[in-house]
Design a protein around this ligand. Structure first.
Ligand code: GDP
Ligand code: IMO
Ligand code: MG
Length: 462
């Protein structure tokens, strides 16, 4: 196995950062392909906590290359802060071990202002992270986004910003009554930030193409979770990107056949931050106990996460929606010792029993049907207790795929691999410095190539 995608199988915060960090040890390239700094991926090393929002969680392993692909929305100030956090933790980040797509979409300050204005004054509150994610993706799909490569030409940047701000000014002045930046200020701010990002910028399509061609081990690190997907999720209470498997292909820029395994990260219970339906949500003291014991606070916004029982119909849907091949079950330690344990095995929905939350169903109307499971107490130091084995079996039987990993604490060592990932790995010596650099002669047309600038080389034919 050479390529694996890590995907959140619920509503985010399943522990993707921890699993990515651990598996990164075994691979060459780690890629973020969608979302932005709405993500908060926590890694704990020897008691020290690092929360990554934009930079792939593989960055802690110096032998690997981290890539931020063109499907991500990129906030340069957040990136600058993250570089500082990593520097303070003694982690070296340079253009050799971090590559950022020149074609990535920038989150501008007016994207953030619009996000905040809609959340505070709009008719539907999504409970966003307030990072400008939705408006940035809107600009991308509307073909007016500021791309990273635009930050290197101040005059051209001003022209693009004037077009965008000219349109949004009407909203800011007349609909929301909020302050917004001038073209000049925003251009100068982004231009200065562009200089900081420049050493990391390259054609990441070619980096990944070369990595695949030379048989490197590649890990794709998803952000958010399948139920937050713009198409597969609980719309409109979703994020604005493709968080499910499809996002890997478009967001990293990699053909479908290049993703061999898909590992769904799943908490042993369910959490959600922000608004939206949540059939198994607990409103009682047990919900509070899980929230407190699990320290369920958002890693990006600090908001309390809503907590509830494991929802198997939702997970079955996630397995189908992203073709998950195995599951990593995290936070089992939080359920250990809890006096009551239940899993949702079906919904009562419009008078029928259904066992898979297919996309058409309105989860607001789904009434969970629970199965009580014998609670377990485990300290995870020896063979697992029979009750815990039964809990895992219940999940595997229902989903039809194996639980390949179990995690029982935030630290790296608090994990058991029940299945091997990247098993046949030999980490070759890499010359990372040349990756992603434009060659003098192009032999293929990559998406970032400006066709207007190409001088054709005449091939003499006999
Ligand atoms: P992500 O967004 O999916 O990367 O997850 P977050 O980092 O937002 O949230 C997961 C939280 O659970 C973090 O604080 C992790 O340190 C922590 N965590 C991960 N796995 C485990 C586990 O097995 N047990 C416990 N107790 N904490 C865990
Ligand atoms: P990670 O990668 C959990 C949620 C927000 C809100 C909705 C839309 O750490 O799992 P947005 O700011 O994206 O427009 O907000 O999506 N959300 C997340 N919830 N984990 C995340 O990321 C999230 N990123 C966004 O709370 O409900
Ligand atoms: Mg998170």
């Amino acid at each position: 196995m050479k390529t694996l995608a890590i995907i959140g199988a619920q509503w985010g915060d399943e522990g993707k950062g921890k699993i990515t960090d651990l598996l990164s040890e075994k691979c060459d390239v780690v890629v973020r392909y969608q979302g932005g700094n709405n993500a908060g991926h926590t890694i704990i090393v020897d008691g020290k906590k690092i929360v990554l929002h934009l930079i792939p969680s593989g960055i802690l392993h110096l032998h690997s290359v981290s890539v931020i692909g063109h499907g991500v929305v990129f906030e340069p100030e957040a990136f600058q802060n993250e570089l500082k956090t990593l520097a303070a933790a003694g982690i070296k980040v340079s253009g050799s071990n971090l590559k950022i797509s020149e074609n990535i979409t920038i989150i501008t300050s007016y994207n953030k202002i619009l996000d905040a204005a809609r959340e505070s004054q709009g008719s539907v509150k999504i409970g966003t992270t307030g990072k400008g994610i939705g408006p940035a993706y809107e600009d991308k799909i509307g073909r007016r986004a500021i791309k990273l490569k635009d930050l290197f030409d101040l005059e051209a940047l001003k022209v693009k910003l004037a077009r965008n701000l000219g349109e949004k000014e009407i909203l800011f002045k007349h609909r929301y009554n909020v302050d917004f930046p001038t073209v000049e200020n925003e251009a100068q701010r982004l231009f200065a930030l562009g200089a900081l990002v420049k050493p990391f910028v390259c054609d990441t399509f070619s980096v990944l193409d070369q990595a695949v061609q030379s048989g490197k081990k590649i890990l794709f690190e998803g952000a958010q979770g399948i139920l937050l997907d713009i198409d597969y999720g609980t719309y409109p209470y979703v994020t604005s990107s493709s968080t499910s498997l499809g996002g890997v292909y478009t967001g990293a820029g990699i053909p479908e056949s290049h993703v061999e395994e898909v590992l769904g990260i799943t908490k042993a219970y369910t959490t959600r931050v922000g608004e939206g339906p949540f059939p198994t949500e607990l409103f009682d003291s047990l919900g509070e106990e899980i929230q407190t014991k699990g320290k369920e606070f958002g890693a990006t916004t600090g908001r309390k996460r809503r907590c509830g029982w494991l929802d198997l119909p939702l997970l079955k849907y996630s397995v189908k929606a992203s073709n998950l091949t195995s599951i990593a079950l995290t936070k089992l330690d939080i359920l250990s010792g809890i006096k009551e344990l239940k899993v949702c095995v079906a919904y009562e929905y419009e008078g029928k029993r259904i066992e898979c939350a297919y996309p058409g169903i309105d989860l607001m109307k789904a009434k969970p049907i629970y199965k009580s499971i014998k609670p377990f107490v485990d300290n995870f130091s020896g063979p697992l207790s029979q009750e815990l084995e039964n809990y895992i079996k219940e999940i595997e039987n229902f989903l039809g795929i194996p639980v390949g990993i179990i995690a029982f604490g935030p630290e790296r060592k608090e994990i058991i691999f029940r299945k091997e990932y990247f098993s046949d790995v030999e980490i070759p010596e890499l010359d990372l410095s040349s990756w992603g650099k434009q060659a003098g002669t192009l032999e293929g047309i990559y998406p970032q190539v400006d066709l207007g600038k190409i001088n054709k080389l005449n091939q003499s034919k006999k």
